[in-house]
Every structure is written in structure tokens, then in C-alpha cells.
Ligand binder design. Structure first.
Ligand SMILES: NC(=O)c1ccc[n+]([C@@H]2O[C@H](COP(=O)([O-])OP(=O)(O)OC[C@H]3O[C@@H](n4cnc5c(N)ncnc54)[C@H](OP(=O)(O)O)[C@@H]3O)[C@@H](O)[C@H]2O)c1
Length: 287
């Protein structure tokens, strides 16, 4: 039986993977939170892997605060690059297939059409740079690895754009949201299911893959769709801005081309608006 280690288990993707396990009764799982297994501690990692006989490791553990990373550079690189390097070495030594999650923020956003896996990376913020360094370490160390770059992840869990908009809507607070960036909101439950499908049907098609929902929008477009689908568009004042200030620069355009995952891994990506409905059904009562 395939035995899968999932790191960062209390994060939003970790929790979505836990929910998806019921659809995969033939897979065995060990979920570990940061408190149970800190991936920065190389010795702990080694001991943990020796105690178990994992076939796969899904690494959802990451430093994900894009804004704070600008001032916590060392911490971001320690978790997203150095710890990932340790994890990659531990996977390699123990014959474990690694599935690692990366980001659309490895790109600079200057392209005008969806990014391919082969496009040149050029991160414009610390978070993106630290994630790219993690990717590079993995590629140097592991042969049996899948790197999934995803974008604008949201779900029923944790601090994410969807939950922020729902909270503001509940409080009827006016919203001013940027139209400056274009990307694709991605349902973390869909990514979770895709990761487990890849493991269940493992064919050894290792490499870098893009995985997002399909279509594209702006953050303003995403907010508008959330309000529309929850019937709050009339109640909440929603304005546009094209000069929203943040510490971290963000790519103007970061839509991912999912063709490679569709062809090589037989993963179907559904439209972002349709995927949003399924998350709202888990989040909003009476929908
Ligand atoms: N969220 C997005 O919009 C987005 C977009 C593109 C790609 N991604 C990538 O998708 C993956 C999953 O993201 P997510 O949204 O699920 O992030 P998340 O909710 O922030 O979860 C990350 C988890 O990793 C844990 N963690 C941090 N440092 C750790 C360490 N040293 N050892 C073990 N665990 C550690 C965190 O614990 P604490 O909270 O206690 O620190 C948290 O539970 C990440 O690789 C992220 O870079 C996310």
C-alpha cells in the first residue's frame, strides 16, 4: 500500500488534502503539523523518515506570508528553500517520491499569455524568490519529483481572499479591490484531489507542472463573483482601484497554462467560477 507523508497539515492545502482522503481508500496517510514535524530540522526529518516507510511525501509546508516576507527574508528562505533542500535530500535517500507545491509568483508577470512550465522564471518579490530557490534545490537533488506551481489558492479554511471577502460582506463593509493583477483563483480542494489522483495513478511522469483552475480574472473580478454567487452584490459597495499599495511587488499577469498536466497527468481543470460554487457550498450556509 502507498504510504504518504503530508507536511504542513494544519495549513489550508493540508486540511483540504485531509478532507480528500476519503475518496482514496487505497492510500495510507500520515499528516504532520509544523509542531509535529518542523521541516527546518534536518535531523528530525531523517529520524521520522527512518521510522516510517513512506512511498510519497506531499510538501505543503511553506512560509506563505507574501507581505511579511519582504522584511523576513531569512525566515522565508530558511523554510521555502533551505528546509525544502533538506526534505528533498531526505526523500532521495529514502526512495520517496516528492510532490512539492510552488507558485505563479516565480514569474515576473510581463507575459501576455498563460505561462508555460518552460517559460523563464524571474520572481519580483522575496516570497517568489524563496520558492524558486526551493524548486532549484529540488531539481538538483531529486529525480522522482513533481513540482506543482499553483496560483491564488483559496478554500473553506484559513486566511485567504475568499474568507476575507465573506467576512467583509457579513459586516457590510465597503470594499475597494485592485484590478491591477490578472490571475486564476484556484480551489485548494481541487489541487488536493489532483495531488492524490497523481499518487493513486502514479505513472512516473515526473517534472514541473502548472495547476490552477481554468480561466482568468482580477482580484476585483474574483471579489465580484464571490458577492454575486452569495447574493450580496447589491448589499456590499464594491469599488475598483488600480493603485493599491503593498510592500511586495506582485506580477501583473500570472495565469498558468495547464496543458501539460492535462495531457501528461490526465488532470482536468475546471472553470474557476464553477469551482468557487463548490467551495461556497462548504462555507456559506443556505447556498
Ligand atoms: N495561498 C496561496 O495563495 C498560494 C498560491 C500559490 C502557491 N501556494 C503554495 O501552496 C502551498 C500551500 O499553501 P497554503 O495556502 O496551504 O499555505 P498555509 O495555509 O500558510 O499553510 C502552510 C503550512 O505550513 C506550515 N509551516 C510553516 N513553516 C513550517 C515548517 N518549518 N515546518 C513545517 N510546517 C511549516 C504552516 O504552519 P504555521 O501557520 O504554524 O506557520 C502552515 O500550517 C505552499 O507551498 C504555498 O507556497 C500558495
Amino acid at each position: 500500500m502507498k504510504k504518504i507523508l503530508v507536511t504542513g497539515a494544519n495549513g489550508q492545502l493540508g486540511r483540504c488534502i485531509k478532507d480528500a482522503t476519503s475518496e482514496f481508500p487505497d492510500l495510507q496517510f500520515v499528516f504532520v503539523s509544523k509542531e509535529e514535524l518542523n521541516i527546518e530540522e534536518a535531523d528530525l526529518l531523517n529520524d521520522f523518515f527512518k521510522k516510517h516507510n513512506f512511498s510519497h511525501c506531499i510538501n505543503t509546508a511553506a512560509y506563505t506570508n507574501v507581505e511579511k516576507a519582504e522584511s523576513e527574508i531569512e525566515k522565508a528562505f530558511s523554510i521555502n528553500a533551505e528546509a525544502v533542500k533538506n526534505l528533498a535530500s531526505t526523500c532521495k535517500e529514502n526512495g520517496v517520491v516528492l510532490l512539492h507545491i510552488s507558485t505563479d509568483y516565480v514569474f515576473d508577470g510581463k507575459k501576455a499569455s498563460p505561462y508555460l512550465e518552460t517559460d523563464t522564471t524571474n520572481p519580483i518579490n522575496v516570497y517568489g524568490s524563496s520558492k524558486l530557490k526551493g524548486e532549484q534545490y529540488i531539481e538538483e537533488i531529486c529525480d522522482r519529483v513533481y513540482i506543482f506551481r499553483t496560483s491564488w489558492l483559496y478554500s473553506q479554511y484559513g486566511h485567504n481572499f475568499l474568507n476575507t471577502i465573506l467576512r467583509y460582506a457579513e459586516e457590510r463593509k465597503p470594499l475597494t479591490i485592485t484590478t491591477e493583477q490578472t490571475g486564476t483563483p484556484t480551489n485548494a480542494n481541487a489541487l488536493a484531489k489532483a495531488l492524490l489522483t497523481v499518487i493513486a495513478q502514479e505513472k512516473g511522469s515526473y517534472g514541473v507542472y502548472h495547476f490552477s483552475n481554468s480561466g482568468e480574472t482580477t482580484w476585483h473580478g474574483f471579489a465580484e463573483e464571490i458577492l454575486r454567487q452569495t447574493g450580496k452584490l447589491e448589499e456590499v459597495k464594491l469599488a475598483k482601484t488600480n493603485h493599491y499599495r503593498t510592500f511586495a511587488a506582485r506580477p501583473i499577469y500570472s495565469v498558468l497554462d495547464n496543458t501539460k498536466a492535462r495531457i501528461n497527468l490526465k488532470i482536468e481543470q475546471i472553470d474557476w467560477q464553477k469551482s468557487l460554487i463548490s467551495v461556497l457550498k462548504k462555507t456559506v450556509i443556505n447556498l
